[in-house]
Design a protein. Structure first.
Length: 258
């Protein structure tokens, strides 16, 4: 014979079991809807964190192309100038470039206040390309070192390359602070580490691919073809910067600034 208390519990278990099952099923349905509901707060939070990822990618890609042209061109000019009988001109170009870059970085702060972030980046990008374009002059001499012309003489090439080095240094001083500000505007407090690492990987990757391109082209073709190709890559990247859009304001789901 079963104990009386056991019979009592068994009786009410049969009565309450359908109710408990119904409550459990409803709780599961609510949890599923919360996970899959496009209007749920958690999903909005995730979208909000990464709504500027596309714009950060475009900026990173543009800088990848720009510095794939600029940095390797600066790296090889010392050897190229010596080969073209311009002696130590490449070292002087490096020196004034970095000096101008420091000055340009200071003035970039005021420039961004006047022109805005994207225009400052675009101006800096085109200034960066002046030096690359001017490399066509010594590259012409590489075809025939005995060629005599004022345009190819030291009296013209030395001032030209020094002045274009200054322009490029100022341009780099503009692009780097304004590019960092643009990426910062794309981030939230939670995502800024990832976004800056993502941007930096493209920035450093430009050195890898740019130097490989330089090694291949200069090892197999005339200097002129190298200058023409990297000029095309750099100018295309500069035009991408021109047409970039401002990042969405954080907390603005409507996408202001698009």
């Amino acid at each position: 014979m079963r104990p009386r208390g056991f019979r009592f519990c068994n009786k009410y278990k049969l009565t309450l079991e359908p109710l408990l099952n119904d409550r459990t099923n409803r709780f599961a349905e609510v949890s599923t809807l919360a996970r899959h509901n496009p209007d749920s707060p958690d999903k909005d939070k995730t979208v909000s964190k990464h709504k500027n990822f596309g714009r950060a990618f475009v900026c990173s890609f543009a800088y990848f192309g720009l510095y794939m042209a600029v940095f390797p061109a600066q790296n090889v000019t010392v050897a190229l100038f010596e080969k073209d009988d311009y002696d130590t001109l490449g070292f002087y170009c490096h020196a004034v470039t970095y000096l101008a870059q420091g000055v340009g970085s200071i003035f970039c702060v005021f420039l961004m206040e006047k022109l805005g972030n994207i225009k400052s980046m675009a101006l800096g990008a085109f200034l960066c390309m002046i030096y690359v374009v001017s490399l066509i002059v010594p590259a012409i001499k590489s075809e025939d070192p005995t060629r005599q012309s004022f345009v190819l003489s030291d009296y013209f090439v030395y001032p030209l390359m020094i002045l274009t080095s200054i322009a490029t240094g100022v341009g780099e001083g503009f692009t780097q602070p304004s590019g960092g500000k643009y990426i910062a505007d794309c981030t939230t407090e939670e995502t800024k580490g990832f976004y800056f690492a993502f941007f930096w990987s493209f920035y450093m990757g430009s050195q890898v691919f740019g130097n490989l391109i330089a090694a291949f082209l200069l090892g197999n073709f005339d200097q002129r073809y190298y200058v023409i190709i990297i000029t095309g890559i750099g100018l295309l990247s500069a035009f991408i910067i021109v047409f970039m859009k401002q990042p969405h304001k954080q907390g603005d789901q409507s996408g202001a600034g698009s």
